[in-house]
Design a protein around this ligand. Structure first.
Ligand SMILES: C[S@@+](CC[C@H](N)C(=O)[O-])C[C@H]1O[C@@H](n2cnc3c(N)ncnc32)[C@H](O)[C@@H]1O
Length: 364
């Protein structure tokens, strides 16, 4: 059976459209066939999109500097959704240079295929550090250290909602003449869905991500003391539910082409929604976290001295290449402002150097 048939059968068995979150779960994570579970190349020029660690080693080096500020000798690092493994290799390399290696570098990865890729990447780049890297199948217990999730929240299945007749309704994936199509499911109850936006106008469409919020809550329970760094494209609530953002934030990526149609190339294209950082921060504080910082990726990397790597480079050609990479990471027209860093802490009170240039948590 192919993935289209799996989803069609699920809709038929349900005798009604399935929620978009369920559709996204199947399209991205169905065993062996879902986008993140299949063997196809996803990251980099030969894949569908390029993430910050795929753009430049300097991204991971700067994150390592932030980790080093809080890591103690007995601490561990935990990365969620580690992609090709390149970020883990960058962070471990730089932490080694800073003489601040964690006891273990845990990776929690849903995809067996990506796990294998990560093992290969780290074995090639840092064979001597491979024994410190441990792959987990579930959240650890009483974790101490630093948690990193780069572009993970945006890959969590989201609900899509639409305003009709002065109420918000959940949108689902249904069938129309053997093709997938958007269909309206049930009306949303403001009491059971308190993070719904206010009424914005007929047809206004947007997303909610209760799964991401539930993940933050369970993460809190898995930690003893930790700093959590969540890096992703997204914005605070006032921008997320902006009156002019009438089509929401859903995007699909196939061979570097963006579209808003999740019903084509199923299992071959990435499906994402931007992160509503206010919802994540509210859930985090409700769970017990403290907000330790919120900034654009640009100002976070600048605070961590990304330009120093450029100044230290003696080779002129390499300096040109590094300058181009830095532009991609920090320019507002590239990743600099659309990506944000949200830091959460549990029993860790440190003034983080990554937020010394900018601290925007008052906007959340
Ligand atoms: C866009 S990729 C980002 C990969 C990598 N972090 C990078 O920056 O290159 C999203 C990743 O998040 C992972 N993911 C999504 N939900 C997850 C969860 N609940 N736990 C762990 N990983 C998750 C996916 O499997 C996928 O590997």
């Amino acid at each position: 059976m192919n993935l289209d048939e799996v989803i069609k059968n699920t809709i038929i068995q349900n005798q009604a459209p399935i929620g978009f979150d369920e559709f996204m779960q199947l399209a991205l994570y169905y065993p062996k066939l879902g986008y993140y579970r299949s063997g196809a190349e996803k990251f980099g020029q030969r894949g569908d999109f390029v993430t910050a660690p795929e753009t430049s080693d300097l991204f991971g080096f700067c994150l390592a500097r932030q980790c080093a500020q809080v890591l103690k000798k007995t601490d561990d690092l935990l990365e969620f959704g580690a992609g090709s493994g390149v970020l883990a290799a960058q962070i471990l390399f730089e932490l080694g240079r800073l003489d601040c290696l964690p006891r273990h570098y845990y990776i929690l990865e849903l995809s067996a295929e990506l796990r294998h890729r990560q093992q290969q990447t780290i074995a090639k780049a840092l064979p001597e550090l491979l024994p410190r890297v441990v792959w987990l199948d579930q959240l650890p217990q009483a974790f101490n250290g630093v948690v990193i999730a780069n572009e993970v929240l945006d890959a969590m299945p989201a609900k899509r909602i639409i305003q009709q007749d002065n109420a918000f309704y959940e949108l689902g994936g249904g069938m129309r003449q053997a093709s997938f199509d958007w269909q309206v499911k049930e009306v949303l109850n403001q009491q059971t869905t308190p993070n719904c936006p206010p009424l914005m106008g007929e047809g206004y469409t947007t997303e909610l991500n209760p799964q991401a919020m539930a993940w933050v809550n369970s993460l809190y329970g898995a930690l003893d003391s930790a700093l959590v760094l969540l890096i992703d494209y997204g914005m605070q609530r006032s921008e997320y539910f902006h009156p002019q953002r009438v089509e929401g934030t859903l995007r699909c990526y196939y061979q570097h082409q963006a579209s808003d149609n999740p019903f084509v190339n199923i299992g071959k294209q990435d499906i994402t929604t931007s992160v509503n950082f206010s919802d994540i921060a509210d859930q985090a504080t409700d769970s017990g976290f403290k907000i330790a910082g919120y900034a654009t990726q640009a100002l976070f990397l600048i605070a961590l001295g990304i330009d120093e790597y450029l100044l230290d480079e003696v080779d002129a050609d390499k300096r040109i290449s590094l300058a181009q990479q830095i532009k991609q990471l920090v320019l507002p027209s590239a990743m600099g402002e659309s990506f944000k860093v949200l830091a959460l802490s549990k029993k860790t009170e440190v003034k983080l150097i990554g937020f010394k240039e900018q601290e925007l948590s008052y906007k959340l």
